[in-house]
Design a protein around this ligand. Structure first.
Ligand code: DQA
Length: 140
């Protein structure tokens, strides 16, 4: 059974209520339930934090004994060298995910500190970006 870890960064705990025109009106808890039903043959663990160091801790903790990490680092995507270093430090491949198409948004969102050290990037498909990232791990 494949073990996939989904890690969400700051403000993603507010999904469903936060800027619904950008991020939709579904909470991540509801979405995760559907994802777990769809991929019942996988173990899907979930962690969210608004704190940069806690995201680093979770990447370190799960990055040696899971098959894949799906990471939406939120705004830390654009700033965090600590998260980039953590991704580089572990063995588990990481797929970077964004709900919105960051390239259609403000210029500061066009830069990612982490893309270059991730296996791949899925962005702009709403919450479906997470499912597409799941598929990328199951194809292998
Ligand atoms: C986001 C895009 C980021 O720029 C933003 O800071 C987020 C969410 C996305 O999923 O579209 O918090 O990662």
């Amino acid at each position: 059974m494949k073990k996939i870890v989904i890690i969400n960064g700051p403000n993603l705990n507010l999904l469903g209520r936060r800027e619904p025109s950008v991020y939709g009106d579904t909470s991540f808890t509801d979405y995760l339930e559907r994802l777990k039903e769809r991929y019942a043959d996988c173990e899907i663990a979930y962690f969210q934090s608004n704190v940069e160091g806690e995201l680093v801790d979770m990447i370190q903790k799960t990055g040696f004994d899971s098959d894949g990490i799906i990471l939406n680092a939120g705004a830390y995507t654009h700033t965090s060298i600590a998260i980039r270093d953590a991704i580089k430090a572990v063995e588990t491949p990481v797929v970077e995910v964004h709900i919105s198409n960051v390239h259609q948004r403000e210029e500061f969102r066009h830069v990612s500190m982490i893309s270059a050290v991730c296996r791949g990037v899925v962005l702009g498909f709403g919450l479906d970006s997470y499912r597409l990232a799941m598929e990328s791990f199951l194809q292998r």
